[in-house]
Ligand binder design. Structure first.
Ligand SMILES: Nc1ncnc2c1ncn2[C@@H]1O[C@H](COP(=O)(O)OS(=O)(=O)O)[C@@H](OP(=O)(O)O)[C@H]1O
Ligand SMILES: Nc1ncnc2c1ncn2[C@@H]1O[C@H](COP(=O)(O)OP(=O)(O)O)[C@@H](O)[C@H]1O
Length: 225
């Protein structure tokens, strides 16, 4: 731990950046088993938020483990450190005025609680992607469950390493049963209720016919105060 440092207070703060944006910043912390739909949902929510004129960034498990956390494995200690680093990265994003989304299994309650504790009250929104082990294993998006069952992949969440479901998350999304678009709507609705959007941005053009993969035609009128 470095004790010979002094915190520098910036003149431009999160509040300034939030005023410039049309929304508050916060972190949407998606948690759930491998294959439960964290990445799919986070990116789909991001597309929707982009259409609404929000500034966003998704920190995704596999990507972060190829860079920031490439030295970490899947022991209890390494997962803990993984979540600590990600929560710090998300904190910087939130400070920058962005709506941050994290898509990590984050299997341990204590680690998620620690992550929550570094954010101001109300800014950490824990979203449980609820899908049963049977559904996730049936999906087996990356073929890892099969390899975990044979013992080739060790300490695999849900098979040979525990997943502690959140007791009181801000939101439970039944990603194992519902259609993706219904899950996205649930998250967006929750954010609106939490006043993360202070007003509805006005969209020019035919947003209702918007193709989620081609965002180039969207023109956004942002009404600033
Ligand atoms: N042993 C073991 N257990 C769980 N997951 C494993 C393991 N080995 C590799 N993978 C792949 O790594 C992804 C999970 O990484 P995370 O950083 O989200 O895990 S954790 O939060 O630190 O527990 C996870 O991605 P997702 O399927 O997107 O969750 C897997 O693809
Ligand atoms: N409601 C839903 N929400 C998210 N993903 C879903 C949903 N319904 C089906 N899926 C599918 O489940 C899989 C989830 O994979 P992924 O997003 O990689 O999960 P995770 O990031 O939790 O490992 C994808 O193939 C996705 O298309």
């Amino acid at each position: 731990m470095n004790t010979n440092t002094v915190w520098h207070n910036a003149t431009i703060t999160r509040a300034h950046r939030e005023r410039l944006n049309v929304h508050r910043s916060a972190v949407l912390w998606f948690t759930g088993l491998s294959g439960s739909g964290k990445s799919t949902l986070a990116h789909a929510v991001e597309e929707k938020l982009y259409q609404l004129g929000c500034r966003t960034f998704v920190l995704d498990g596999d990507n972060v483990r190829q860079g920031l956390c490439s030295d970490l494995g899947f022991s209890v200690e390494d997962r803990s450190e993984n979540i600590r680093r990600i929560s710090e990265a998300a904190r910087l994003l939130v400070e920058s005025g962005v709506i941050a989304m994290t898509a990590f299994i984050s299997p341990f309650r204590a680690d998620r609680q620690k992550a929550r504790s570094i954010f101001p009250h109300g800014d950490f929104i824990e979203i449980f992607c609820e899908a049963s082990l049977a559904v996730c294993e049936q999906r087996d998006v990356k073929g890892l469950y099969k390899r975990a069952r044979t013992g080739e992949v060790k300490e695999f969440t849900g098979i040979s390493s525990p997943y502690e479901a959140p007791a009181t998350p801000e939101l439970i999304v039944r990603t194992g049963e519902l259609e993706l678009e219904d899950c996205v709507a649930q998250v967006i609705e929750f954010m609106e209720r939490r006043d993360i959007f202070k007003r509805k941005p006005q969209l020019r053009g035919s947003a209702s016919h918007h193709n989620a993969k081609d965002l180039s035609h969207l023109s956004i009128d942002v009404v600033k105060e």
